[in-house]
Ligand binder design. Sequence first.
Ligand code: PEP
Ligand code: MN
Length: 358
Amino acid sequence: MSKSELDQLRDRVDELNLELLRLINERARLVQEIGRVKESQGVYRYDPVRERIMLDKIKEHNDGPFENSTIDHIFKEIFKASLNLQKDDHEKALLVSRKKKKENTIVNVKGELIGDGKQHFVFGPCAVESYEQVATVAKAMKEKGLKLLRGGAYKPRTSPYDFQGLGVEGLKILKRVADEFDMAVISEIVNPADIEMAIDYIDVIQIGARNMQNFELLKAAGAVNKPVLLKRGLAATIEEFINAAEYIMAQGNGQIILCERGIRTYERATRNTLDISAVPILKQETHLPVMVDVTHSTGRRDLLLPAAKAAIAIGADGVMAEVHPEPRVALSDAQQQMNLEQFDHFYNELLASNFVRV
Ligand code: PEP
Ligand code: MN
């Protein structure tokens, strides 16, 4: 029985598919060969001008039925796939990725080894308001053997009329307290031009959620020899977060701590939505330590402890939370900071949970 017309046409399409397959692989092998020649000549591989000339030539010969725009699209994909072949997986991998480095990065902050498998805690007020305020919290921390003190001197606030922080005065207060109590301080810097000045006062540069994609700030923080705590943007995907860290590391500074601090969703029960699964994803995808800020993610005192337990249980290297001697009169985030008694309870409960290792 002879084949139907449809079957014959389909047979021909099958043949052409194989012909195309053979041709694009033959082309790929040639591109690989070109890559090798270029490498031996020390030439950068990607050549957009050459790509444009090739596309123009192809379209000159295009008699349809495909439109030129469709031909453009198809060939650009072929070009891209071939170019990717020229790089091996290791070369394509980001500096912050596990593919590039298998072992965990340990960030040494005055002897606190963040990423060493134990949990590390960062406490302190939202904003530096006075020496007495910071010293009171530092003293309470010191009594618990805690060393990592936070406090904002530059506060990125939603309203320009809200307290903006004490600026350099705030950094000086932090340094004084750190020296007196032998502690390390973490403080947010918002202006790339302030980085050089700030590193004389602080031990960790914090880059806040609102600045996660301030690329000039990331580059400036990457150009100095000082640990950086990078917070996830309010609406940043994990991929964007990882790329923000890459900006820092690409400048030479690999001492980076990632900090999940909640993302904006439709949910209003919490200030932000703590994306707890970001922790193991970041741990898998990167070699950097990961912390969780339970204060800004939940915005609720009653959720600080369960959120911190969840963070630790899921593999976070540390937890950050805000503590203020008198939260009611705090100049920022009055609703969510713990007072000293609540802090005491919070920390004792955490230590009592059997999966915390300090
Ligand atoms: C902070 O930690 O002081 C802060 C402002 O947090 P975020 O940047 O995560 O909002
Ligand atoms: Mn705050």
